[in-house]
Design a protein around this ligand. Structure first.
Ligand code: PMP
Length: 311
């Protein structure tokens, strides 16, 4: 079993169980939960050396603990124990392709909200193909985005910096609106009217050859991929980066736009509100970043191998 049903086995509260046997009571307050989205690259299609690595493990697990702290959850395992759990889950499922790993943590039923809750920890995984790699046809697909009429949740209502399930109600509204209107995805503005992010990824624009992206204070998730690119694009491939508030005009008048995130990696956007961006699609800078990121996750760049954790 794979895809939407998840892999055959998951990890639940300390042991490996069949995913369709990972049962909990209907009274569980799962809506108070948090999660993380991590990717392991197990395929040989990004360089052919049969590498098997999790990308940015420590950044993801650190964010998981931050999300827990904000939501008053106690994770009853150490970061090392969670890493072992993830490795075990990947091994027992005998994956042949890339894997999405989604640790989910929520308070156990029946414990009053104002007490230190005991938590469930469940780690489902499923195969997730990549759009990375030179010549990958999925990379070049047309992607028409719109600016959503839904605003991104305000930092003083539900902190978007934490990865709480509650935040994704907002994403779902925007996704459904985009679909209804015939678009492929949404970009949300924050409650001030500045550009925030997409529904499951951060947004980056190319302006005058510089990659620009909104600050964390623009109601975005503290994205691991965004942080990585901001730091290493200038150092490794001499593309300058800048963090600043962006307006709707910046969206319409940029040279290129792409999403970045663990699942979507580096995903180019063709148009925003049907305003076509740049002369060529995907744009040349987006393509350089896409190729660079392919090399990073496949271990091709020796000095960045410390971002990879062998499975
Ligand atoms: N924003 C949102 C709302 C997301 O769900 C994600 C995916 N986790 C991102 C941004 C990208 O974050 P990351 O690079 O850490 O995957």
């Amino acid at each position: 079993m794979s895809g939407f049903n998840g892999a055959k086995y998951c990890w639940m509260n300390g042991s490996v169980v069949a995913t369709d046997r990972a049962l909990v009571s209907a009274m569980e307050p799962i809506h108070l939960g948090i999660f993380e989205g991590i990717k392991a690259y197990l395929e040989g299609d990004l360089g052919g050396r049969g590498y098997q690595n999790i990308f940015a493990w420590s950044q993801h697990v650190n964010r998981l603990f931050r999300s827990a702290q904000v939501n008053g959850l106690v994770i009853p395992y150490s970061k090392d124990q969670l890493l072992e759990a993830v490795k075990t889950t990947i091994k027992v499922n005998e994956f042949t392709g890339n894997v999405y790993i989604q640790p989910r943590i929520w308070p156990k039923a029946g414990i009053p909200r104002n007490m230190q809750p005991e938590s469930h920890v469940v780690i489902p995984t499923w195969e997730m193909s990549t759009i990375l790699g030179v010549g990958n046809p999925n990379y070049k697909k047309q992607r028409r985005f719109n600016v959503s009429s839904w605003r991104r949740i305000a930092t003083d209502a539900l902190p978007p910096q934490a990865k709480s399930w509650a935040n994704y109600g907002n994403s779902g509204l925007a996704e459904r609106e985009s679909k209804r209107l015939g678009f492929d995805g949404a970009i949300l503005l924050d409650n001030r009217g500045y550009v925030s992010e997409s529904t499951g990824a951060c947004i980056m624009l190319v302006k005058d050859g510089t990659v620009v992206t909104p600050p964390v204070t623009a109601s975005i998730l503290e994205s691991v991929t965004r942080d990585y690119l901001l730091k290493y694009l200038p150092l490794d491939i001499e593309i300058p980066t800048e963090i600043r508030d962006l307006t709707r005009l910046d969206l319409y008048a940029c040279e290129e736009a792409f999403l970045c995130g663990t699942g979507g990696e580096v995903t180019p956007i063709t148009s925003i509100d049907d305003i076509k961006l740049g002369d060529n699609y995907p744009g040349p800078i987006t393509t350089r970043i896409h190729e660079y990121y392919s090399r990073v996750v496949s271990g091709d760049i020796e000095k960045r191998r410390n971002w990879l954790t062998p499975v």
